[in-house]
Design a protein around this ligand. Structure first.
Ligand code: PNS
Length: 173
Protein backbone atom coordinates (compact mmCIF):
# COMPACT_ATOMS: atom_id res chain seq x y z
CA UNK A 1 0.00 0.00 0.00
CA UNK A 2 1.26 3.48 -0.84
CA UNK A 3 2.67 5.36 2.14
CA UNK A 4 2.03 9.08 2.38
CA UNK A 5 5.09 10.90 3.64
CA UNK A 6 4.53 14.60 4.27
CA UNK A 7 7.00 17.38 4.93
CA UNK A 8 5.92 20.22 7.20
CA UNK A 9 8.43 22.98 6.32
CA UNK A 10 8.91 26.29 8.08
CA UNK A 11 11.21 28.59 10.01
CA UNK A 12 9.87 27.60 13.47
CA UNK A 13 11.66 30.52 15.13
CA UNK A 14 10.39 29.41 17.62
CA UNK A 15 7.80 26.62 17.42
CA UNK A 16 4.40 27.83 18.68
CA UNK A 17 1.27 26.06 19.92
CA UNK A 18 -0.20 26.76 16.48
CA UNK A 19 2.58 24.75 14.80
CA UNK A 20 2.10 21.96 17.35
CA UNK A 21 -1.63 21.92 16.72
CA UNK A 22 -0.91 21.40 13.02
CA UNK A 23 1.67 18.68 13.70
CA UNK A 24 -0.88 16.79 15.83
CA UNK A 25 -3.49 17.07 13.08
CA UNK A 26 -1.01 16.16 10.34
CA UNK A 27 0.40 13.06 12.02
CA UNK A 28 -3.10 11.55 12.14
CA UNK A 29 -3.52 12.04 8.40
CA UNK A 30 -0.12 10.96 7.06
CA UNK A 31 1.90 7.77 7.52
CA UNK A 32 4.98 9.84 8.28
CA UNK A 33 5.40 13.53 8.98
CA UNK A 34 8.79 15.22 8.78
CA UNK A 35 8.97 18.65 10.39
CA UNK A 36 11.68 20.33 8.31
CA UNK A 37 13.32 23.55 9.44
CA UNK A 38 14.46 25.71 6.55
CA UNK A 39 18.00 27.00 6.78
CA UNK A 40 18.66 30.20 4.91
CA UNK A 41 22.32 31.23 5.34
CA UNK A 42 21.77 34.41 3.29
CA UNK A 43 19.05 35.75 5.57
CA UNK A 44 20.01 34.59 9.01
CA UNK A 45 18.46 37.01 11.43
CA UNK A 46 16.71 34.25 13.39
CA UNK A 47 16.37 34.50 17.17
CA UNK A 48 17.28 30.84 17.68
CA UNK A 49 20.01 28.83 16.02
CA UNK A 50 19.06 25.87 13.86
CA UNK A 51 20.28 23.52 16.59
CA UNK A 52 18.11 25.24 19.23
CA UNK A 53 15.06 25.08 16.99
CA UNK A 54 15.67 21.38 16.29
CA UNK A 55 16.08 20.71 20.03
CA UNK A 56 12.80 22.47 20.91
CA UNK A 57 10.85 20.74 18.15
CA UNK A 58 12.27 17.32 19.03
CA UNK A 59 11.32 17.79 22.69
CA UNK A 60 7.78 18.83 21.73
CA UNK A 61 7.19 15.89 19.35
CA UNK A 62 9.02 13.03 21.09
CA UNK A 63 5.71 11.34 22.00
CA UNK A 64 4.59 11.21 18.36
CA UNK A 65 5.83 7.96 16.80
CA UNK A 66 5.47 8.93 13.14
CA UNK A 67 6.94 12.44 13.46
CA UNK A 68 10.61 13.28 12.90
CA UNK A 69 12.46 16.59 12.92
CA UNK A 70 15.04 17.57 10.33
CA UNK A 71 16.58 20.63 8.69
CA UNK A 72 17.06 21.45 5.02
CA UNK A 73 18.80 23.99 2.86
CA UNK A 74 17.87 24.88 -0.72
CA UNK A 75 14.67 24.10 -2.57
CA UNK A 76 11.89 22.43 -0.64
CA UNK A 77 10.97 20.31 -3.68
CA UNK A 78 14.51 18.94 -3.92
CA UNK A 79 14.34 18.00 -0.25
CA UNK A 80 10.94 16.31 -0.80
CA UNK A 81 12.21 14.16 -3.66
CA UNK A 82 15.42 13.24 -1.79
CA UNK A 83 13.25 12.06 1.11
CA UNK A 84 10.61 10.26 -1.00
CA UNK A 85 7.94 12.62 0.29
CA UNK A 86 4.71 12.95 -1.69
CA UNK A 87 3.08 15.80 0.25
CA UNK A 88 3.82 19.16 1.84
CA UNK A 89 1.77 20.28 4.83
CA UNK A 90 1.13 24.00 5.36
CA UNK A 91 -1.17 25.79 7.77
CA UNK A 92 -3.64 28.47 6.77
CA UNK A 93 -4.78 30.65 9.65
CA UNK A 94 -6.71 33.39 7.91
CA UNK A 95 -7.49 34.68 4.41
CA UNK A 96 -4.37 36.85 4.64
CA UNK A 97 -2.19 33.70 4.53
CA UNK A 98 -3.89 32.43 1.41
CA UNK A 99 -2.26 34.57 -1.26
CA UNK A 100 1.33 33.76 -0.27
CA UNK A 101 0.53 30.11 0.38
CA UNK A 102 -1.20 29.72 -2.98
CA UNK A 103 1.75 31.29 -4.80
CA UNK A 104 4.17 28.99 -3.00
CA UNK A 105 2.05 25.86 -3.55
CA UNK A 106 1.61 26.55 -7.26
CA UNK A 107 5.29 27.37 -7.76
CA UNK A 108 6.25 24.19 -5.92
CA UNK A 109 3.83 22.23 -8.12
CA UNK A 110 5.46 23.71 -11.23
CA UNK A 111 8.91 22.69 -9.93
CA UNK A 112 7.75 19.22 -8.89
CA UNK A 113 4.25 18.04 -9.95
CA UNK A 114 4.61 14.74 -8.04
CA UNK A 115 4.38 16.54 -4.68
CA UNK A 116 0.96 17.77 -3.50
CA UNK A 117 0.53 20.65 -1.02
CA UNK A 118 -2.09 19.99 1.67
CA UNK A 119 -3.47 22.90 3.70
CA UNK A 120 -4.84 22.42 7.18
CA UNK A 121 -6.35 24.94 9.60
CA UNK A 122 -5.12 25.12 13.17
CA UNK A 123 -7.68 25.57 15.98
CA UNK A 124 -9.37 29.00 15.87
CA UNK A 125 -7.67 30.03 19.11
CA UNK A 126 -4.34 29.98 17.22
CA UNK A 127 -5.57 31.90 14.18
CA UNK A 128 -3.79 35.10 15.29
CA UNK A 129 -0.64 33.38 16.49
CA UNK A 130 2.72 33.55 14.74
CA UNK A 131 6.39 33.13 15.68
CA UNK A 132 6.97 36.80 14.87
CA UNK A 133 4.28 37.96 17.30
CA UNK A 134 5.61 35.59 19.96
CA UNK A 135 9.14 37.02 19.55
CA UNK A 136 7.76 40.53 19.86
CA UNK A 137 5.73 39.80 23.01
CA UNK A 138 8.77 38.10 24.55
CA UNK A 139 11.00 41.09 23.70
CA UNK A 140 8.69 43.30 25.81
CA UNK A 141 8.29 40.74 28.62
CA UNK A 142 4.63 40.16 27.75
CA UNK A 143 2.54 37.10 28.66
CA UNK A 144 3.23 33.97 26.60
CA UNK A 145 0.94 31.49 28.34
CA UNK A 146 -1.14 29.50 25.88
CA UNK A 147 0.98 30.68 22.94
CA UNK A 148 4.07 28.48 23.27
CA UNK A 149 4.96 25.42 25.36
CA UNK A 150 6.68 26.09 28.72
CA UNK A 151 10.04 24.88 27.41
CA UNK A 152 9.89 27.34 24.53
CA UNK A 153 8.89 30.16 26.90
CA UNK A 154 11.98 29.38 29.02
CA UNK A 155 14.19 29.56 25.93
CA UNK A 156 12.57 32.85 24.91
CA UNK A 157 12.96 34.50 28.33
CA UNK A 158 16.62 33.41 28.45
CA UNK A 159 17.38 34.66 24.94
CA UNK A 160 15.72 38.04 25.59
CA UNK A 161 17.76 38.43 28.80
CA UNK A 162 20.98 37.53 26.92
CA UNK A 163 20.23 40.05 24.19
CA UNK A 164 19.41 42.71 26.77
CA UNK A 165 22.71 42.09 28.58
CA UNK A 166 24.61 42.59 25.33
CA UNK A 167 22.66 45.77 24.40
CA UNK A 168 23.14 47.32 27.86
CA UNK A 169 26.91 47.20 27.28
CA UNK A 170 26.52 49.57 24.31
CA UNK A 171 26.53 53.20 25.53
CA UNK A 172 23.62 55.36 24.31
CA UNK A 173 24.98 58.55 22.72
O1 PNS B 1 7.67 29.43 8.27
P1 PNS B 1 7.81 30.12 6.96
O2 PNS B 1 8.90 31.17 7.06
O3 PNS B 1 6.51 30.65 6.44
O4 PNS B 1 8.33 29.02 5.91
C1 PNS B 1 8.60 29.34 4.56
C2 PNS B 1 9.34 28.17 3.87
C3 PNS B 1 10.60 27.85 4.63
C4 PNS B 1 8.45 26.96 3.87
C5 PNS B 1 9.66 28.59 2.40
O5 PNS B 1 10.35 29.79 2.40
C6 PNS B 1 10.48 27.53 1.67
O6 PNS B 1 9.95 26.52 1.26
N1 PNS B 1 11.81 27.76 1.52
C7 PNS B 1 12.71 26.86 0.86
C8 PNS B 1 13.20 27.43 -0.48
C9 PNS B 1 12.20 27.14 -1.58
O7 PNS B 1 11.91 26.02 -1.92
N2 PNS B 1 11.66 28.24 -2.17
C10 PNS B 1 10.68 28.17 -3.22
C11 PNS B 1 9.28 28.18 -2.64
S1 PNS B 1 8.10 28.51 -3.88
Amino acid sequence: MKQIVAIYPGSFDPVTNGHLDLIHRGCKLFDRLVVAIARNPEKDDSLFSLEERIEMLKAMTEDLDNVTVDAFEGLLMTYCIENQANAVLRGIRAVSDYEFELQMALMNRKIEPRVETVFMMPAEKYSYLSSRIVREIAAFDGPLNGLVPELVEEHLRRRVAEKRAVTSEIPIK
